[in-house]
Design a binder for this molecule. Structure first.
Ligand code: ZN
Length: 222
């Protein structure tokens, strides 16, 4: 059964509209398949943007726009889980980015899923969540940009005696030179430039940045 889906306020059901469920690619969820999916969900755009950090970028990436569609999230979780079938007891994702994809990955692995939260700036397991010594754990993220917060979660789990099998992310956005100290896998890689506003080449060329994650309508958000 094909659901009719919501009607787009912008008229035709065009690719890149975040109110329209993106079709799953016919082939595997590999680099081209995932990039196509993100573009059609409006979750990956090229242009001139202000990020939430205040830095400017030529790329807007917002996995929540892809993961808002449960069937799409389920398919991404299945793809992320595939290499780890039978190798994982639990999936751990940092909130918020690692939660939805972690839950879908755990579904595909028939594993349980818990998430970490920040307590006074540090990653922690709350809500009586636990990992057991020797438990084989897969850490999930939607996007790994620096690896810092995901690696902090890996350290936390190892300190609890768990065995971190790998860090698995939908999108790898790491600088090319970075090597992570844990096994690392990604469905797709997105290279994106980011600059301080004063050094942004698009601003220097006279363009005005868009704030796609903001409700503010003043165009710049800062
Ligand atoms: Zn700029």
């Amino acid at each position: 059964m094909t659901p009719s889906g919501p009607v787009s306020p912008s008229g035709p059901l065009t690719p890149g509209d975040p109110l329209v469920e993106p079709p799953l690619p016919g082939g595997p969820l590999d680099q081209p398949g995932v990039i196509q999916l993100y573009r059609r969900a409006g979750a990956l755009r090229t242009g001139h943007f202000v990020l939430s950090s205040g830095r400017h970028s030529d790329t807007y990436l917002q996995s929540a726009l892809v993961l808002q569609w449960p069937r799409v999230a389920e398919a991404l979780g299945r793809a992320l889980a595939e290499p780890f079938q039978g190798l994982v007891d639990a999936v751990v994702g940092p909130a918020l980015g690692g939660v939805v994809i972690g839950h879908e990955t755990a579904r595909a692995l028939h594993a349980r899923m818990v998430f970490t939260e920040r307590v006074r700036g540090a990653a922690a397991l709350r809500r009586s969540f636990q990992v057991a010594p020797g438990e084989r754990v897969l850490v999930t993220e939607d996007v790994v940009t620096t690896g810092g917060s995901a690696l902090e979660v890996c350290d936390l789990l190892e300190a609890a005696g768990a065995e971190v099998v790998a860090l698995a992310t939908i999108i790898d956005r790491l600088p090319g030179s970075v090597q992570l100290p844990v096994p690392f896998t990604a469905l797709a890689r997105v290279a994106a430039g980011a600059w301080e506003a004063a050094e942004c080449p698009s601003c220097l060329a006279g363009s005005t940045a868009e704030s796609p994650g903001s409700r503010r309508l003043d165009g710049h958000g800062q």
